[in-house]
Design a protein around this ligand. Structure first.
Ligand code: B12
Length: 305
């Protein structure tokens, strides 16, 4: 049984961490020394002590390296982004060290303090891996703001204020991330759909794993989606659907997607209304996916091409 740390959490020796994560002891040492991917604490006698979180990061790294990723590239991501990339954590899990920033941002939103909010969002300490900021701060912040607005504890104006600051930064990450040359994927919202945050995060993830993203944003008419699939022949399409689908949306999408079927593009529907819409469309090439599922599919595609 592993020893416990002062706060009662399980801890591991290097041998224990190696055994639990499947990473050989020597590799653990190299990853630590050369790449600083984890930083175990030390006992007074100088022995390394690994937390449960360290062990999770090690096994996530093993999954990714076994799948063809380079440790040098992974070492530039933060631990939460590593866990998310390996599909070992909900991709929108909060990063504890962002908690204070998140609380301060909620205060800035309540008083519409533009300068303060921008200062918090652009703080140099936040310039960790962009993916970690998106997954660990932006998405949890938007979800929190949305929930508070729904509960009546945050005004519509405050919600719009934060939503605009965050989505504009996600747009800029998407525009400034190195453009990969991998297979093409199309990202868009279903007809009538203006909830775009989940789609933006998806597009950043897809680009991050090496896929070329054609980002078409909110409210894309179904026939135009069909035309894009036929002309650009993407390997798959990621569509966002939050609002419950109307019959007209279902009919228009079914017509467009059935016509573009010969292009063999699979359509992944994400968002709260994704399962209902996939069900209503009932097409072979359409299925629901969540963010971790999309990331997994994208990784497989990027690796196999
Ligand atoms: C911000 C917001 C808006 C903004 C959107 C701006 C933008 N650029 O995105 C604006 C002001 C435009 C808006 C408008 C409306 N909204 Co609104 N909005 C919200 C709010 C407050 C937050 C949504 C959000 O961004 N959440 C943060 C993101 C990160 O979370 P998420 O959307 O849940 O996404 C997660 C997953 O679903 C998934 N995901 C999402 N999309 C995708 C896509 C892919 C490909 C994948 C893989 C995954 C994925 O990933 C995310 C992380 O896990 C929610 C309330 C809430 N609590 O959610 C209401 C909400 C979504 N809105 C709602 C409504 C009703 C409307 C309006 C009809 C209001 C009105 N009367 O005008 C309009 C409709 C506009 C339209 N035609 O789409 C309802 C929807 C109810 C329903 N299911 O039918 C909600 C739930 C509020 C409520 N409880 O009533 N809204």
């Amino acid at each position: 049984m592993p020893p416990l740390s002062e706060n009662g959490e399980k801890t591991y020796s290097i041998g224990g961490a190696s055994e639990k994560s499947g990473v050989p002891v020597e590799t653990v040492r190299i990853w630590e020394r050369r790449y600083q991917v984890i930083q175990p604490t030390r006992t007074p006698g100088g022995h390394r002590v690994y937390s449960e979180h360290d062990v999770q990061v090690l096994s996530a790294l093993k999954t990714l390296v076994d799948g063809g990723e380079r440790i040098g590239r992974l070492s530039k991501m933060g631990p939460e982004a590593i866990l998310a990339s390996a599909g070992q954590t909900p991709v929108d899990s909060r990063v504890p060290e962002f908690d204070d920033i998140l609380q301060d941002l909620l205060e800035a939103a309540a008083t519409f303090d533009n300068t303060r909010a921008a200062e918090l969002l652009d703080r140099p300490g936040l310039h960790r891996h962009a993916l970690e900021v998106v997954l660990g701060l932006y998405l949890p912040l938007l979800v929190e703001v949305g929930d508070r607005w729904h509960a009546g504890t945050l005004s519509v104006a405050s919600e719009h204020f934060i939503e605009r600051l965050v989505t504009s930064r996600m747009m800029s990450i998407l525009a400034n991330q190195a453009e990969p040359s991998g297979p093409l994927v199309v990202c868009a919202c279903t007809p009538g759909e203006r909830h775009e945050a989940g789609l933006l995060a998806s597009a950043i993830l897809l680009q991050h794993v090496g896929l070329q993203v054609l980002y078409l944003g909110a409210d894309l008419p179904a026939d135009e989606l069909g035309q894009v699939i036929e002309t650009r022949r993407p390997r798959f399409v990621a569509l966002a659907a939050t609002l419950a689908p109307t019959d007209a949306t279902v009919d228009a999408l079914r017509a467009a997607l059935s016509q573009s079927l010969p292009a063999r593009a699979h359509v992944y529907l994400g968002g709260d209304a994704g399962p209902a819409l996939a069900n209503a469309l009932n097409l072979d090439n359409v299925s629901y996916v969540d963010l971790p599922g999309l990331l997994k599919t994208a990784r497989q595609l990027a690796r196999s091409s």
